[in-house]
Ligand binder design. Structure first.
Ligand SMILES: NC(=O)c1ccc[n+]([C@@H]2O[C@H](COP(=O)([O-])OP(=O)(O)OC[C@H]3O[C@@H](n4cnc5c(N)ncnc54)[C@H](O)[C@@H]3O)[C@@H](O)[C@H]2O)c1
Length: 274
């Protein structure tokens, strides 16, 4: 019997990448899955974002595992769209037990990163979007009285700066780091207030992960210009796979972590040690 039998998961940014990996792992252990993903391009982002076809593929893969799936195209920057998505999922599944607040963008490269829109898109997606997601799911969790588990996706950029030159002090780059630092404040406050309701809130902080967010020509240029050791870590590891992050997320979501809350778990091969 899987760890998530009878549970319902709500995952933002699950059309592809880490979010899809989380969806498949939770489904493989018995969860029904709902995904909210924008499935279109935000102009300040140079790397390609997910498409409607990506969301259809996630649906197919979840259904192949024998679980129910709801795919919703919507934008976590918009509180009304997040509220509507959560309402639709609760209407159809009757509950949300597990949450991955995972949607993200890397508006850190090229001329668009230097525009102020990149600051707003980054903070709106990865800070406000996380806040909207948590605010939307907790009333139902509290009302049902059966607890719940929420994992926010931070980054090693939740704990450190990465700008190695003045040009990197762009709205998109600094907005990324500000949002990823900021989610720790969201986590700590929600974890404190929700503990009495047996709702746990944690953060996973990945190092570089093998997804289209960083495996693209634009980010390759950032790496090529970087000083030696910019991505160094104690294990001398390059990118990790989405499944490496999923393993940590699934642990935090599961009863294996039933007394773990308010924790920021780095999956970073020791990057933050250096
Ligand atoms: N890939 C990395 O190296 C890395 C490292 C640390 C943290 N992260 C974080 O991991 C999370 C997942 O990223 P990934 O690596 O899977 O990249 P990805 O680009 O493959 O996936 C991100 C998903 O979020 C969706 N999304 C973006 N903005 C959205 C919005 N406003 N509303 C709804 N959906 C939106 C995208 O369409 C996409 O499907 C992000 O929060 C990212 O910041 C990634």
């Amino acid at each position: 019997m899987g760890r998530f039998e009878g549970k319902t998961a709500f995952i933002t940014g699950g059309a592809r990448g880490q979010g899809r990996s989380h969806a498949l792992a939770l489904a493989a252990e018995g969860a029904d899955v709902a995904v909210l993903d924008i499935c279109r391009q935000i102009p300040s982002v140079q790397h390609s974002m997910a498409t409607p076809e990506d969301l259809v593929e996630t649906e197919k893969l979840v259904r192949d595992l024998g679980q129910e799936f709801i795919g919703i195209q919507g934008d976590v920057r918009n509180k009304d769209e997040v509220d509507a998505a959560v309402a639709a999922v609760e209407e159809r599944f009757g509950r949300i037990d597990l949450v991955c607040a995972n949607a993200g963008i890397m508006a850190t490269t090229g001329p668009p990163a230097q525009e102020i829109a990149a600051w707003h898109d980054s903070v709106d997606t990865m800070l406000s979007g996380v806040f909207y997601t948590l605010k939307a799911v907790i009333p139902g969790m509290i009302q049902r009285g059966e607890g719940g588990s929420i994992v926010i996706t931070g980054s090693t950029s939740s704990m450190r700066g990465v700008a190695y030159k003045v040009d990197m002090l762009s709205p998109g780059q600094v907005g990324y780091g500000a949002a990823k630092h900021g989610v720790l404040a969201i986590m700590r406050n929600f974890a404190m207030a929700l503990g009495q309701h047996r709702i746990r809130v944690n953060t996973v902080m990945p190092m570089g992960v093998n997804t289209k967010m960083v495996v693209n020509d634009f980010f390759a240029g950032v790496i090529a210009d970087a000083p030696p050791g910019w991505m160094a870590n104690a294990m001398q590891q390059g990118l990790v796979e989405p499944e490496d992050i999923t393993n940590a997320v699934a642990f935090l979501l599961s009863e294996d972590a039933r007394f773990v809350t308010g924790t920021a778990l780095a999956v970073d091969s020791g990057q933050l040690l250096l």
